[in-house]
Design a binder for this molecule. Structure first.
Ligand code: ADP
Ligand code: MG
Length: 688
């Protein structure tokens, strides 16, 4: 009969360090046939395992030739060796080397998974194989739930699943008691009798005595090679038939598929749930802050865009004095000196720029607009709902802005009611609806108070029994309780306390339609706007100054969020790197096992990369949850504190978050994955 395995002049030298070598095998020459049950015996350290690793294609660093199944192992490429391990040899180890987070069934099908065999065929073949070793009832259990003998039978089933020609068993019974040893030996004998070559390393005389041939190694040399005449070959048809794989269509790609890699990593991740959840939570903080930043910056942008869209007239320019701080209310002087100078400057600018137009006092309308929610001026209105003459907290509403009605306000801004006039009345924003409840506020008479606390002017101005004439929609301001009052009407009260000083002037470029066409008026207005934007100490509309305030607030918060999210993403990346790195060293043995059953570098890489992919996905999802919860909290807090929450969530942020998280973890997992792929299988298996 043809030799199944021929070992010719094989020498193996281990490099101990730079200067020293150790020769573990000397000139080994030996041949084996199929159907043999060979025992390799010898003292510990004599080179038995070294030889097994060479035969099994786990170690290709030797001189000489090993001809196995008509292939010269010394001439095979890494890829061909992977295939040889997958299809031609099966390994059984002393310490079983089952993968603890996989079920018995999954352990056995692993080699088939690496070949992308269909799920149905995998289960059928593995169940069959487990039946042959007497474990068909245990397939759902995990390795830790089995006895030593059972574990070894699983390992045998795993070794046989790809119908190899050679079974290599390195001290398969070393960890078993006598009776289980005999069960395992019986199985190995049946395998040999079914026509396979079984080579096992053993220390036990008794084990050796039941084999068909005993080869003894001492100090890396074969010192004896005896056939056992008493060996009786038995009919082992059952094994033979069942080990033969069914002739099904081979999958097109005989590699580990991405889907299987993800399934394998999922099993592993589930085995260390707490670790992975904690890691994901850590990464989620980074992803969450990234999301918050996105929502916040787009919220601000949206808010400002809305502000700019507010109902203003493009032929009117608003000019206000710019406040340096929230407590500062800069006013124009009562005599009009400042505005006159400004008017002259604007006229000079218009003239220099070729506009044939001159502003006069008639073009200017004063206004008094202040924020009353913070700073030295506050305002509130009172309405005695039950007419008992007493005002409770429920009957008092804080006003956020006090506006004198701008000249461009007209009926088109009204939601309800009528415009107020210089002879009286006020208008309010829709935000007051909730204050008045079911009843309409139109026609109601309120008491309105403006409380000014400036060092040289400390007064409360009461405007009693003033009628609400209308509700105005001013887009951006609508969410706030804002009061609109006619400038002259307001100043008639204000006048009692001090000389009126406006905060704002409206420059109307078109007072009389005979004067300018609308488009000319617009053009001049935008020229004036351009000029004003170059001036220090003045701003355009109050909406614009509000927008500027938010912009600067947003950029401060935005910058800190950017820094925070960059830091936490970097920390996340390092954390993933460390955890994955540790996972590689924890799973060294598993990697060795995978390589022994023919996993290619690529497959190992794929398993670890899919794990980082899953970690990324999990972290992204946690990040979305974290951000979602925070967004709700921040929203509620902002609404309560300032009345608006400039946060907007766009659906595609979900994909940004998941994408960033997955990319970061895949990148961080690259190094650990390639380290895992490069691990030396022999050393990995030696690891305890
Ligand atoms: P056995 O399996 O017969 O007990 P091994 O084949 O494991 O022996 O080892 C044979 C010899 O080779 C021993 O002396 C051992 O110390 C040495 N050896 C094994 N692996 C290495 C290695 N990676 N580097 C250096 N020496 C090694
Ligand atoms: Mg050994």
């Amino acid at each position: 009969m043809e030799d199944m395995l021929k070992i010719i002049n094989v020498n193996k030298i281990y490099k101990i360090n730079k200067y020293e070598n150790f020769q573990a095998l000397h000139n080994i020459n030996v041949s084996f046939k199929s159907g043999e049950l060979v025992s390799i015996v010898g003292e510990s350290g004599s080179g038995k395992s070294t030889l097994m690793n060479l035969i099994g294609g786990l170690d290709s660093d030797f001189t000489g030739n090993i001809i196995a199944c008509d292939q010269d192992l010394s001439k095979l490429s890494d890829k061909e060796l992977d295939k040889y391990r997958k299809d031609k040899v099966g390994f059984v180890f002393q310490s079983f080397n089952l993968i603890s987070h996989l079920s018995i069934l999954d352990n056995v099908t692993l080699a088939l998974t690496l070949s992308n065999v269909s799920e149905k065929e995998k289960i059928e073949r593995a169940t069959n194989m487990l039946k042959l070793v007497g474990l068909e009832t245990q397939i759902k259990k995990k390795p830790t739930q089995l006895s030593g003998g059972q574990k070894q039978r699983v390992a045998i089933a795993r070794a046989l699943i790809n119908n190899p020609d050679i079974i290599i068993a390195d001290e398969p019974t070393g960890a078993l008691d006598t009776s289980t040893t005999m069960q395992i030996l019986k199985i190995l004998k049946e395998i040999a009798d079914s026509g396979k070559l079984v080579i096992m390393v053993t220390h036990s005389e008794k084990v050796a005595s039941i084999s068909s041939r005993v080869v003894e190694i001492s100090d890396g040399r074969i010192v004896s090679d005896k056939q056992n005449n008493k060996y009786k070959k038995e009919k082992a048809k059952i094994f033979r038939e069942n080990i033969e794989p069914k002739k099904t269509k081979k999958p097109i790609k005989q590699n580990l598929s991405y889907l299987s890699a993800i399934k394998l990593s999922l099993h592993n991740m589930l085995a260390s749930k707490t670790k992975n959840l904690l890691m994901a939570f850590g990464v989620a903080i980074g992803i969450g802050s990234l999301l918050l930043m996105l929502c916040f910056s787009s919220g601000i942008t949206d808010y400002i865009n809305n502000t700019m869209k507010s109902y203003s007239d493009p032929t009117i320019v608003t000019i206000s004095k710019q406040s340096k701080s929230i407590t500062d209310i800069p006013l124009f002087d009562a005599e009009g000196t400042e505005i006159t100078k400004l008017k002259d400057d604007i006229n000079k600018y218009l003239e220099e720029n070729g506009y044939n137009y001159e502003l006069t006092d008639e073009n200017l309308t004063p206004g008094f607009n202040i924020m009353t929610m913070l700073g030295p001026v506050s305002a509130y209105l009172e309405y005695d709902f039950n007419k008992d003459g007493e005002i409770t907290d429920d009957e008092k509403l804080n006003i956020y802005y006090l506006y004198t009605t701008p000249p461009y306000y007209s009926d088109r801004n009204l939601v309800e009611g009528e415009m107020s006039t210089s002879s009286g009345g006020v208008m309010l924003t829709p935000a007051v609806y909730s204050f008045f409840g079911e009843e309409t506020p139109i026609g109601k008479k309120i008491d309105f108070y403006v409380d000014i606390n400036l060092p040289d002017f400390d007064q409360e101005i009461p405007i009693n029994q003033v009628e609400i004439t209308g509700i105005v929609d001013t887009s951006v301001m609508s969410g706030f309780p804002v009061i609109y009052i006619d400038y002259d009407f307001f100043m008639s009260y204000y006048d009692d306390y001090s000389t009126p000083q406006p905060t704002t002037y409206y420059i109307q470029t078109m007072i009389d339609s005979n004067d300018l066409t609308e488009s000319e008026a617009k053009e001049i207005a935008s020229a004036i706007n351009r000029y004003i934007s170059t001036l220090d100490g003045y701003t355009g509309s109050i909406e614009e100054s509000l927008a500027n305030m938010f912009k600067s607030m947003a950029s401060t918060i935005g910058t800190s969020l950017v820094i925070l999210s960059i830091i936490s993403l970097v920390v996340s990346a390092i954390m993933i790197l460390v955890v994955m790195y540790m996972s590689v060293s924890e799973r060294t043995k598993e990697i060795g096992v995978l390589k022994s059953i023919g996993a290619r570098k690529k497959d190992i890489h794929r398993i670890f990369s899919s794990e980082s992919f899953l970690v990324g996905l999990l972290s992204g999802i946690c990040g979305l949850i974290v951000a979602g919860v925070l967004l709700v909290i921040i929203y509620i807090v902002l609404i309560h504190l300032v009345g608006i929450a400039p946060l907007s969530f766009k659906w595609y942020y979900v994909f940004i978050a998941l994408g960033v998280s997955v990319i970061i973890s895949i990148l961080s997992g690259l190094y650990p994955a390639s380290k895992a792929a490069r691990l030396d299988p022999v050393e990995s298996l030696r690891r305890e």
